[in-house]
Design a protein around this ligand. Structure first.
Ligand code: NAD
Length: 437
C-alpha cells in the first residue's frame, strides 16, 4: 500500500519505518526541514534502539522516503497517518490540537480519490468528528474516511512494540476504511496481533484510559512504597507478591521517583480536562497526577535528608537524566524537578546520562556534565541513581565509594539493595525499603 505519514517524530518515524519494513511504500513528512534533511542523509534525529538500522535498510531498498511537502505523497497515498504532537495547552492542560488541525488542512487540500485519514496522535474523544468536518469544509466533494488508530508503543522499545503489539486499536465507522486498515496491518497477523475494530470515539478513549490506568498503577505503588518505609516493609517484595496475581499483573509496579515522559503527564491532564468538560470528573486520575507531581520534588528532599539536611555548596552526582532508559527523551523527566529543587537548595550538580545529555542541556542550566558514572561521582557528597540504565546496574561500588567525598547512595530505582550497598561501605537510601530507607 502507499502510505504518507505527517509528523516524523518518535511515533511517525517508527510507524513509517515499520510499515515500510512490512513492504508498504511510505513517505514520512515533517515541516521541520532540518529533521527531514538529516533523515535524507541517513541520520536519525532521535535515539531509539534499532531505528537507525530499520530506517536505512528501508530507505536503501526504496520503500521509505522523506519530504517536507505534503502535496505529492498525500495525493498518491491510500492512507495518510497524522502523527504530529498534541502537547498540553499551557492555559488549561487540554490537548492542543493546533498541529493536528494544521496538518489536516494541508492533507485535505492534497487528497485525491478515496483516502483513509488515520489519526495516530493522541487526541480527545470527538477529535475524529472534528477532523472529518475540517476536511469536508475544505473539500466538500471528496470521498474519504477518518479513522482513529492510537499508538501504544513505548519509547526505548518502540520497534518491538510496533511489530509485536498486544493489540492494534482501530476506531472506524466505515467498512472500506476497515479493509484498508486490515491490509496495512496484515503483515502482523503472522504474529497473531489482535486487530480490534471499534467505534471511533471508543478508540480515542481507549488510548487515554490505557495511559491513565498505567500512570495510576505507578502512583499507587509509589504510595504503597511510602507506607512500606514507615511500616518497615519492602515494596519490592510487596510488588512481587501482588504482581503475580494475574488480576493485577507485575508490570508498572516499580516504585521510583514518579512517572515522566512525553505522554503520561500530558495525557493525564488532557483526560482530566476532558472529564471536567463532560461533567464526569476523573477524581482518581486527578489524584494520581497530583501525587506524582509532588513526588518528584519529594525525591530531592530525600536526597537532601541523606546529606544531613544541608546541601548548600555541596556537590551531588546524578546518574541518569532521561525519564527512562533507552531513550534520549527528557520531556517531563523526574530528573528535571529533582535537579531544580536541589539547585534551589544551593547544591552543585554533576550529571551523567549515556545518551540524554544533549537534550538535558536544552532544559537544565548550571549542570556539570561528565564522561561516565565514575567521573560523575568524583568528589560528590551523594550520588543519586535517577534512571535505571543498564550501564548503572553493575557499577563497581567500591571504586565509586573511594572516589566520593562522602558515601551516600540514594538509589531511586532500587537497583542495589541495602546489604550490597552496606558491604561497599555506603549509607544507602532506596525507595520503599522499610526502616533502612
Ligand atoms: P514528536 O514531537 O516527537 O513529533 C511530532 C513531529 O510532528 C515533529 O517532528 C513536528 O515537527 C511534526 N509536525 C508538527 N506539525 C506538523 C505539520 N503540520 N506537518 C508536518 N509535520 C508536523 O511527537 P511524538 O512523540 O512522535 O508524538 C506524536 C503523537 O503520538 C502525540 O499525540 C503523542 O501523544 C502520541 N504518542 C506518543 C508516544 C511516544 O512514546 N512518544 C507514544 C504513543 C503516542
Amino acid at each position: 500500500m502507499r502510505v504518507a505519514i505527517i509528523g516524523s517524530g518518535y511515533v511517525g518515524l517508527v510507524t513509517g519505518a515499520c510499515l515500510a519494513d512490512f513492504g508498504h511504500t511510505v513517505v514520512c513528512i515533517d515541516r521541520d526541514a532540518s529533521k527531514i534533511e538529516s533523515l535524507q542523509r541517513g541520520e536519525i534525529p532521535i535515539y531509539e534502539p534499532q531505528l537507525s538500522e530499520l530506517v536505512s535498510k528501508n530507505a536503501i531498498e526504496g520503500r521509505l522516503t522523506f519530504s517536507t511537502t505534503v502535496a505529492d505523497p498525500v495525493s498518491d497515498a491510500e492512507a495518510v497517518f497524522i502523527a504530529v504532537g498534541t502537547p498540553a495547552r499551557s492555559r488549561d492542560g487540554q490537548a492542543d490540537l493546533t498541529f493536528v488541525l494544521d496538518a489536516v488542512r494541508d492533507v485535505a487540500a492534497a487528497l485525491r480519490g478515496y483516502t483513509v485519514v488515520v489519526v495516530k496522535s493522541t487526541v480527545p474523544v470527538g477529535t475524529g468528528d472534528n477532523v472529518e468536518r475540517v476536511i469536508r469544509e475544505v473539500r466538500p466533494e471528496l470521498d474519504y474516511a477518518v479513522v482513529s488508530n492510537p499508538e501504544f508503543l513505548r519509547e526505548g522499545a518502540a520497534i518491538a512494540d510496533f511489530k509485536r503489539p498486544d493489540r492494534i486499536v482501530v476506531g472506524a465507522e466505515d467498512d472500506r476504511a476497515r479493509d484498508v486498515m486490515a491490509e496495512i496491518y496484515r503483515p502482523l497477523f503472522l504474529n497473531k496481533a489482535p486487530l480490534l475494530f471499534m467505534a471511533r470515539r471508543s478508540a480515542e478513549m481507549t488510548k487515554y484510559a490505557a495511559n491513565a490506568f498505567l500512570a495510576t498503577k505507578i502512583a499507587f505503588i509509589n504510595e504503597v512504597s511510602d507506607l512500606c518505609e514507615q511500616a518497615g516493609a519492602d515494596v519490592q517484595e510487596v510488588a512481587h507478591g501482588i504482581g503475580l496475581d494475574k488480576r493485577i499483573g507485575s508490570k508498572f509496579l516499580h516504585a521510583g521517583p514518579g512517572f515522566g515522559g512525553s505522554c503520561f503527564p500530558k495525557d493525564l491532564q488532557a483526560m482530566i480536562k476532558m472529564a471536567q468538560d463532560h461533567g464526569a470528573p476523573a477524581r482518581i486520575i486527578e489524584t494520581a497526577a497530583a501525587v506524582n507531581d509532588q513526588r518528584k520534588r519529594a525525591m530531592a528532599r530525600r536526597i537532601i535528608r541523606a546529606c544531613g539536611g544541608i546541601v548548600r555548596g555541596r556537590t551531588i552526582a546524578m546518574l541518569g537524566l532521561t525519564f527512562k532508559p533507552n531513550t534520549d527523551d527528557m520531556r517531563e523527566s523526574p530528573a528535571i524537578s529533582i535537579i531544580t529543587a536541589l539547585q534551589d537548595a544551593g547544591a552543585r550538580i554533576r550529571a551523567y546520562d549515556p545518551v540524554g545529555m544533549d537534550r538535558a542541556r536544552e532544559v537544565l542550566d548550571d549542570v556539570e556534565y561528565c564522561r561516565d558514572a565514575y567521573d560523575c561521582v568524583t568528589g560528590a557528597e551523594a550520588v543519586a541513581i535517577v534512571t535505571e540504565w543498564d550501564a548503572f546496574r553493575a557499577l563497581d561500588l567500591d571504586r565509586i565509594r573511594t572516589l566520593m567525598a562522602r558515601p551516600n547512595l540514594i538509589d531511586l530505582r532500587n537497583i542495589y539493595g541495602p546489604d550490597q550497598a552496606d558491604k561497599a561501605g555506603f549509607r544507602y537510601v532506596g525507595v520503599g525499603r522499610g526502616k533502612a530507607s
